[in-house]
Write a new protein. Structure first.
Length: 282
């Protein structure tokens, strides 16, 4: 090619005035057929590189913070490291699980039986009803035994209940002393009378009880007359029907009620009857 050729001049002017020290670069730029250079990519422009770089920076900052916290002895530690906490808890667990023979045995857990019934709630204790107190038996006086004294008490108690005066009590006691000697007698003539509580028997017709009252005379049934309380009530009722009996002698009042074949027999019991009445009404 001729040097004066314009195309040759154009090629000559296009070459760079500054030559590179790199031989490979000079070789690529010399000649008409230059090898095109591959496109260059920026290293920081790659996404994986950015992520790796960010991660590294974060780790470095964390290490610096931990080192600063540990290196500063004047600043109180507010957070216990996880490793130390785990070690402490393991030590406590070992102490609790000690197999020493001196440890206290754990209380056995008692499980309720599936068939056990619940314990009833305690309630107020009910007091048993008091048994009726038997009346105190009177102490015998005037030569009477206990059975006679008990019968005398019944006669006096009935008279007091009927509001009879003391003289009526003496008349009734003297009459019973004469008629039955203060025993509740059945009758041999009335076998039925023996079926009731009695203290012996007599044989004076159908006369029964303390006052030897006769069922055939209208004093009451055998069963009624064999009860000392009924017999005493029947006597007092008959005495109240005698006009002026209060002014009569003990013998006269008793005879007016009993109509006995021995009207003077009651007088012999007046003193004893008075003593018994006084003892039972004191």
């Amino acid at each position: 090619m001729h040097p004066d050729d314009p195309s040759a001049q154009k090629l000559t002017d296009a070459r760079p005035t500054t030559l590179s020290d790199d031989a490979a670069s000079t070789e690529r730029t010399i000649g008409r057929h230059r090898v095109p250079e591959p496109p260059r990519r920026t290293l920081l422009g790659s996404t994986p590189v950015r992520v790796a770089l960010a991660t590294g920076v974060t780790c470095c900052l964390s290490l610096v913070a931990v080192a600063t916290a540990r290196g500063n002895d004047d600043t109180p530690r507010t957070v216990e490291p996880l490793a130390e906490a785990v070690a402490d808890r393991a030590a406590i667990a070992d102490e609790r699980a000690s197999r020493s023979l001196d440890r206290d045995a754990a209380p056995a857990r008692i499980l309720p039986s599936p068939t056990a019934k619940p314990t009833p709630t305690p309630t107020a204790v009910r007091k048993a009803p008091k048994k009726p107190v038997k009346p105190r038996r009177p102490r015998p006086v005037a030569g009477l035994d206990q059975a006679q004294m008990d019968n005398a008490k019944i006669i006096v108690d009935v008279g007091v209940e009927m509001k009879m005066p003391r003289r009526a009590l003496v008349v009734a006691l003297a009459t019973a002393m004469q008629e039955s000697n203060l025993y509740n007698l059945a009758s041999d003539v009335l076998p039925e009378s023996a079926e009731y509580p009695n203290q012996g028997s007599g044989s004076d017709h159908d006369s029964v009880g303390l006052f030897q009252q006769r069922p055939s005379s209208g004093w009451g049934t055998v069963a009624q007359l064999m009860r000392p309380s009924y017999a005493a009530r029947a006597f007092y009722s008959a005495l109240n029907e005698i006009p002026g009996w209060q002014d009569m002698s003990v013998t006269g009042a008793a005879q007016a009620v009993q109509i006995s074949a021995y009207p003077d027999a009651y007088a012999q019991h007046e003193d004893r009857a008075t003593t018994v009445a006084a003892a039972l009404t004191a």
